[in-house]
Design a protein around this ligand. Structure first.
Ligand code: AMP
Ligand code: MG
Length: 358
C-alpha cells in the first residue's frame, strides 16, 4: 500500500475518487527520508498531505491509516448534501424535530456559534438554505446560470437562520428555527485538520504537518529547521512562505475558485448572510492562529467583512496575523503578519495598523 512512484499513485487515486470510490480516501505514504514519512489522503474534494518527522515507519503508517478512517467518517457525517448524518440533522431541524448528532458535530456547532457571534453573523454556518439556493451544493464547478430570484433569497433572509438558534444538550440538538440548515463548508476543513493533529499527538508523534491544499496545521519541527509552508494567492501560485512556530494553523479562504456564472457576471461561493448575495471585493483572506477551526472559519468571515471591515472583525475574533488580497490583487496585511511572511519577489503590499475610523 505504501510504495510506488508518487505521481502515478496520485493520478490513480484521483481517478478512483472521481469514480466515486470512497475507499480511495488514502492511497499512499512514501518514505522520503529515513526521518520523514508522508501520506496523501483525499477528503472534502481536496488532497490532504500528512507529513511526520522523526517517527518510525510503523508508527507513521498506523497514524496515516487512523487519520484516513477519521476523514472517511467526517466525509460521511459532515456532508451538506450527500445523504448522511448532517443531512438528517437538517431534515430534523426543518420539521421541528430533535435529533441525535455526535460529539464532533456538537463541538463544531459550538465553535461555529462562537465565531458567528464574534463576527457579528458574517460567518454563519446555518445559511445552508441560501448556499443550496445559489446551487453551491455541488462538486461540479463552474455552475452556469442566472442568480436565484430576489424573492427566494428574501424568503430565507426573513427567517434569519443562525447557528445560535441551535440548542445543544450533549449530542442532542434542537433548533428553534426551521430555516436553520447547517453547512460546514467554511469550517469543516479546519476542524478536520485539528482532529487529525490531536490524534497524531495522542499517538506520540511530536512533529507533523497536516496540509489540505495549502490550508494546514503544523506542530514541532522538521528536524533541525522549522516547518516551512507556502501562502497561497488567488488564481494559483504563492505569495511567500512562513516558518511555523510551535503549533499553528494557516488557512486561506479564496473567493475565486468556486463560482456560479451567467453571461453577465461571476457569483463567487461565499455569501454575505446579511444580503444573501455573494461577496465580491475580496479575492482571498489568510489567517495564522492556533487552531485550524478558528483559522478556517475566520478566513471565511474576513472575506465577508470585506476590505473596509476586515481589521475590525479580525480584532473581534482575537486575530493578529491576517493578510487580505483585494479583487485588484493588492495585498494588505497586519504588522504581525508582515513579520511572519517571507514574500516572493515583486509582491507589493500595504501594512495596515489599525481599524479605519468608524
Ligand atoms: P471557505 O472556503 O472556508 O471560505 O468556505 C466556503 C464555504 O463556506 C462555501 O462553499 C459555503 O459552503 C460556506 N459559506 C458560504 N458563505 C458562508 C458564510 N457567510 N458563513 C459560513 N459559511 C459560508
Ligand atoms: Mg473557511
Amino acid at each position: 500500500m505504501f510504495t510506488g512512484p508518487r505521481s502515478r499513485r496520485l493520478t490513480t487515486g484521483l481517478a478512483a475518487c472521481l469514480a466515486g470510490v470512497l475507499a480511495c480516501l488514502v492511497l499512499l505514504t512514501a518514505c522520503q527520508t529515513e526521518k520523514e514519512h508522508s501520506a496523501e489522503l483525499f477528503v472534502f474534494g481536496t488532497i490532504v498531505e500528512v507529513k511526520v518527522w522523526g517517527a518510525s515507519q510503523e508508527q507513521s503508517g498506523k497514524a496515516f491509516s487512523e487519520i484516513q478512517q477519521m476523514f472517511q467518517g467526517m466525509h460521511r457525517d459532515w456532508h451538506a448534501w450527500e445523504p448522511g448524518l448532517l443531512v438528517q440533522i437538517n431534515e430534523a431541524f426543518a420539521s421541528g424535530d430533535g435529533v441525535t448528532a455526535n460529539p464532533e458535530i456538537a463541538e463544531m456547532i459550538r465553535q461555529s456559534q462562537w465565531v458567528e457571534e464574534k463576527s457579528g453573523g458574517l460567518f454563519n454556518p446555518a445559511i445552508g438554505g441560501l448556499v443550496a439556493l445559489w446551487g453551491f451544493h455541488t462538486s461540479d464547478y463552474p455552475i452556469i446560470g442566472p442568480p436565484p430570484s430576489q424573492a427566494d433569497i428574501d424568503k430565507i433572509l426573513a427567517q434569519q437562520p443562525s447557528s445560535l438558534d441551535i440548542r445543544i444538550n450533549a449530542v442532542q440538538l434542537t433548533s428553534d428555527n426551521p430555516f436553520v440548515q447547517l453547512d460546514f463548508g467554511g469550517i469543516a476543513k479546519g476542524y478536520a485538520v485539528d482532529l487529525a493533529v490531536a490524534r497524531l499527538r495522542e499517538l506520540g508523534i511530536g512533529n507533523a504537518i497536516v496540509n489540505a491544499g495549502g490550508d494546514l496545521r503544523a506542530f514541532g519541527r522538521h528536524g533541525d529547521r522549522p516547518w516551512r509552508v507556502a501562502v497561497r494567492k488567488p488564481g494559483g501560485g504563492t505569495i511567500g512562505t512562513v516558518e511555523v512556530r510551535g503549533d499553528e494553523a494557516l488557512f486561506t479562504s479564496g473567493n475565486y475558485e468556486r463560482f456560479r456564472e451567467d453571461a453577465e457576471e461571476r457569483y463567487p461561493h461565499i455569501l454575505d448572510p446579511r444580503t444573501g448575495w455573494p461577496v465580491r471585493d475580496v479575492a482571498s483572506a489568510t489567517v495564522i492562529t492556533g487552531t485550524g477551526t478558528l483559522a478556517d472559519a475566520a478566513a471565511t468571515a474576513l472575506i465577508v467583512a470585506g476590505m473596509n471591515d476586515w481589521t475590525t472583525v479580525a480584532r473581534a475574533l482575537g486575530l493578529s496575523q491576517v493578510l487580505m488580497i483585494d479583487d485588484a490583487g493588492r495585498v494588505y496585511l497586519t504588522p504581525e503578519m508582515a513579520n511572519r511572511i517571507q514574500f516572493d519577489a515583486g509582491v507589493d503590499r500595504v501594512v495596515v495598523d489599525r481599524a479605519p475610523a468608524p
